[in-house]
Design a protein around this ligand. Structure first.
Ligand code: PLP
Length: 227
C-alpha cells in the first residue's frame, strides 16, 4: 500500500468522473527527479511503472542501478549534446521545443533503428526563463519536424506559471487543448495529438477537467524534493 499513490489515483478518478472522462485515458507520470531510488522502488512495488526524470545524468544513474525496471519519460530541459545518452532509455520525451533538438533526437534514435516519440513543449505565458516554444510558432516547428524519419510527434506539453489557486491555471490548460485541436485539424502526416501532458501536484484535477492525458506528479507522491 502507498497512501499518497492511492489518494492521487482517487483524485484522478473523481476528476475524470466529474468531467465525464474515462480514467484509462489519464496516465499518472511519477516525476521522481531528485528523489532517491528507494522511493521509486517503493512505488514500483505497488505495481506503478511509469516514471519521469528531468536530468539526463540522474536518469542514467538510476537506470544503471536498477536495470530493466520501469518505463521512463524525460520531462526536463534537454541539451542537444546529451540526447545520445537517452536513446533506448525513455519511451517519451515531453520537452522538445526547437528544431535542432528534434533533429538530434531523430538522428540518434534512427541510428539504432528506433523511432522516438516526442511531445512539443509549449510556453503559453511567454515566460522567458522557461523552456518551451511560443504557441504561434508551434505549427511551423511541427511542419519541420514531422517529415523527419525517426521521430513521431504524439502531442503537447506545458508547464504553466504557478498560481496558488489552480483555477487560475485553467486558461493555460484550455489553450493547450485548443492548440492541439488546431494542429490535429491540420492533419499533418506523422503527427497525432493523442497526448496532452499537463497538470502537476497542485493543479492536476483542473488539468484533467481540461483534457490532460498525462499528469506529471512529483511532490504529492514522493514528498518534497531534497535540495
Ligand atoms: C518537477 C516537475 C514536475 C513535478 O512537479 P510537482 O509540483 O512536484 O508535482 C512536473 N513536470 C515537470 C516538467 C517537472 O520538472
Amino acid at each position: 500500500m502507498h497512501t499518497a499513490l492511492e489518494q492521487i489515483q482517487q483524485q484522478i478518478h473523481s476528476a475524470c468522473h466529474d468531467a465525464g472522462r474515462d480514467p484509462q485515458h489519464v496516465r499518472l507520470l511519477a516525476v521522481s527527479k531528485k528523489q532517491p531510488l528507494s522511493k521509486i522502488q517503493t512505488l514500483a512495488a505497488t505495481g506503478h511503472q511509469l516514471f519521469g526524470e528531468s536530468y539526463v545524468q540522474e536518469l542514467v544513474d538510476k537506470q544503471d542501478q536498477w536495470p530493466d525496471q520501469g518505463q521512463w519519460h524525460f520531462v526536463g530541459a534537454l541539451q542537444t549534446n546529451k540526447v545520445k545518452y537517452l536513446v533506448g532509455r525513455v519511451t517519451l520525451i515531453h520537452s522538445v521545443d526547437r528544431l535542432s533538438l528534434g533533429q538530434e533526437i531523430a538522428k540518434q534514435w534512427q541510428k539504432q533503428d528506433l523511432t522516438a516519440h516526442i511531445l512539443l513543449q509549449i510556453n503559453l505565458a511567454g515566460e522567458s526563463q522557461k523552456t518551451g516554444i511560443d504557441p504561434q510558432q508551434a505549427q511551423e516547428l511541427i511542419g519541420q519536424l514531422a517529415p523527419l524519419p525517426g521521430l513521431q510527434i504524439r502531442g503537447l506539453m506545458t508547464l504553466p506559471p504557478y498560481a496558488a489557486n489552480p483555477e487560475d491555471v485553467r486558461p493555460y490548460f484550455r489553450q493547450l487543448r485548443e492548440l492541439a485541436t488546431r494542429i490535429e485539424e491540420a492533419a499533418i502526416p506523422g503527427v497525432s495529438m493523442q497526448e496532452l501532458s499537463m497538470g502537476m501536484s497542485h493543479d492536476f484535477p483542473v488539468a484533467i477537467a481540461e483534457g490532460a492525458t498525462l499528469v506529471r506528479i512529483g511532490t504529492a507522491l514522493f514528498g518534497s524534493r531534497p535540495t
